[in-house]
Design a protein around this ligand. Structure first.
Ligand code: ATP
Ligand code: MG
Ligand code: MG
Length: 347
C-alpha cells in the first residue's frame, strides 16, 4: 500500500493513522513537537521543524501523498512540499481557511451568508466597523485562532479599544454577533473523481469557546438539513477539494450562516466513528488516496462528548457505561482546556 504523509501529529493525525492502517496504508507523521499523540500508531515519525528543508525533502521522498491535520503549517514548507508530492486538500483551500478575512470574502463571493464583517488593522478601522456593524460583536484575529483563542467580545462601543489591545496588534476581523438558535456542522468529503458525500449535520454545543458536545441528529428541519449539505457541497466544488472538510454553521430563524470551515477532519465529526460504517477518518484516507468515497449514511443517533483536562478522571466510570465508545489520545500530560479524548454515546 501507499504511504500517506501527515503534517501534524495530534489526535487527528493519530485517528487518521489508525484509519489508514485499517485500509493497508502506512502513515508518516511530520511534527515539530516531541512525542505527539500520533507517534504511537504511525509507521514513521519525523521530528523536525517546518524550516528544516532537508527533513521536509526526506519526508516527501518517503510518501506518496501529503495531507495535514493542522492548518498552520508555514507557507515556506508547503511551497517546497508541493513541488515534491501532491498535497490534498489543495493549497488554496488551506490558504483561504487560514485567514478569516479571505475565508469570509470567499464565502460571500459564493453567495453564502456570513456574519456581517469588516477588516480591522487599527483603531480607525475599528471605529468604522463599530459604526457600520454595531454591537454586540466579536473581534477575531485573522490567523492562528482556534478553540476561541484570539477572540474578544465587544458588547458596547467603549469596549472596542480594550478588545483591540487584547489581540496585541494582530490583523483582525470584526464580526457582528449572530443571534443563533443552534450551531451545526457538516462534515463533507469530495473524492479525486469529484464525487461528494456528506455526513448528517451534527449539533454542536461549545463551552468556554471549546467544543463540548456534538449530537446527531441535529434539531433542524428537513429543508435546513438539505440546505446545510448543499452549502458544504458548494464549498467543496468551488475549491476543487479532495478530502474531508468541516463546515460550521449558525442556524438562525431565517437563515444558515457559515461561521468557518476547517480543511481537515473535524472534532465535530468524531461521532461518525460510532454512527457510520465509514467514519470521517477513513473517508479522508479514501478521498486522498483515490478510493471511492465510503458509505457515510448514519445508522445510529450519537452524542459525542469531548474529554477535556480533568474530565480524564471520569474515564473509569465511563468505561462501565453501556453503549459508550471511549477514545483516548495518549497524551501524557493533563492540562486545563486540553483535549484528552472523547466518548461517543450511542443514544
Ligand atoms: P474552532 O476551534 O472551531 O476553530 P475558533 O477559535 O476558530 O474555533 P470560532 O469558531 O470562530 O472560533 O468561534 C468559536 C465559537 O464562538 C463559535 O462556535 C460560536 O459559538 C461563537 N461565535 C463565534 N463567532 C460568532 C458570531 N459572529 N456570533 C455569535 N457567536 C459566535
Ligand atoms: Mg476555527
Ligand atoms: Mg469554530
Amino acid at each position: 500500500g501507499a504511504v500517506i504523509g501527515i503534517l501534524g501529529g495530534g489526535q487527528l493525525g493519530r485517528m487518521l493513522s489508525v484509519a489508514a492502517s485499517r485500509l493497508g496504508f502506512k502513515t508518516h507523521i511530520f511534527e515539530p513537537g516531541a512525542n505527539p499523540p500520533a507517534a504511537d500508531v504511525a509507521h514513521a515519525v519525523t521530528t523536525a521543524a517546518y524550516e528544516d528543508e532537508a527533513a521536509l525533502r526526506a519526508f516527501a521522498a518517503s510518501v506518496d501523498v501529503i495531507t495535514y491535520e493542522f492548518e498552520n503549517v508555514p507557507t515556506s514548507a508547503l511551497d517546497l512540499l508541493e513541488t515534491l508530492k501532491p498535497i490534498r486538500p489543495n493549497r488554496r483551500a488551506l490558504a483561504i481557511s487560514q485567514d478569516r478575512l479571505r475565508e469570509k470574502a470567499f464565502l460571500s463571493d459564493l453567495g453564502l451568508s456570513t456574519a456581517p464583517y469588516a477588516a480591522v488593522d487599527d483603531s480607525i478601522d475599528l471605529a468604522e466597523a463599530i459604526a457600520e456593524i454595531g454591537c454586540p460583536a466579536i473581534l477575531k484575529t485573522r490567523r492562528f485562532g482556534y478553540d476561541g483563542k484570539g477572540q474578544a467580545v465587544i458588547r458596547a462601543p467603549e469596549e472596542g479599544e480594550a478588545a483591540l489591545a487584547s489581540l496585541s496588534g494582530a490583523p483582525a476581523v470584526y464580526e457582528g454577533f449572530v443571534d443563533f438558535q443552534s450551531e451545526i456542522s457538516v462534515i463533507g468529503a469530495r473524492g479525486l473523481d469529484g464525487a461528494i458525500a456528506c455526513f448528517d449535520p451534527g449539533q454542536n454545543v461549545h463551552s468556554n469557546g471549546i467544543l463540548h458536545t456534538t449530537t446527531v441528529p441535529a434539531t433542524i428541519s428537513p429543508s435546513q438539513r438539505t440546505d446545510a449539505v448543499l452549502i458544504a457541497a458548494k464549498i467543496l466544488n468551488k475549491l476543487d477539494y479532495v478530502g474531508v472538510i468541516g463546515v460550521e454553521l449558525f442556524v438562525t430563524k431565517d437563515a444558515l450562516i457559515v461561521n468557518e470551515f476547517a480543511p481537515r477532519v473535524h472534532n465535530s465529526g468524531h461521532w461518525t466513528q460510532a454512527g457510520c460504517a465509514v467514519d470521517q477518518f477513513e473517508q479522508h484516507i479514501r478521498a486522498i488516496t483515490g478510493w471511492p468515497l465510503g458509505d457515510g449514511s448514519r445508522h445510529a443517533d450519537v452524542e459525542m462528548e469531548n474529554l477535556i483536562g480533568d474530565d480524564m478522571d471520569r474515564v473509569p466510570e465511563l468505561a462501565s457505561k453501556p453503549r459508550t465508545q471511549i477514545h483516548l489520545y495518549g497524551k501524557a500530560e493533563v492540562k486545563p482546556g486540553r483535549k484528552m479524548g472523547h466518548i461517543n454515546r450511542i443514544l
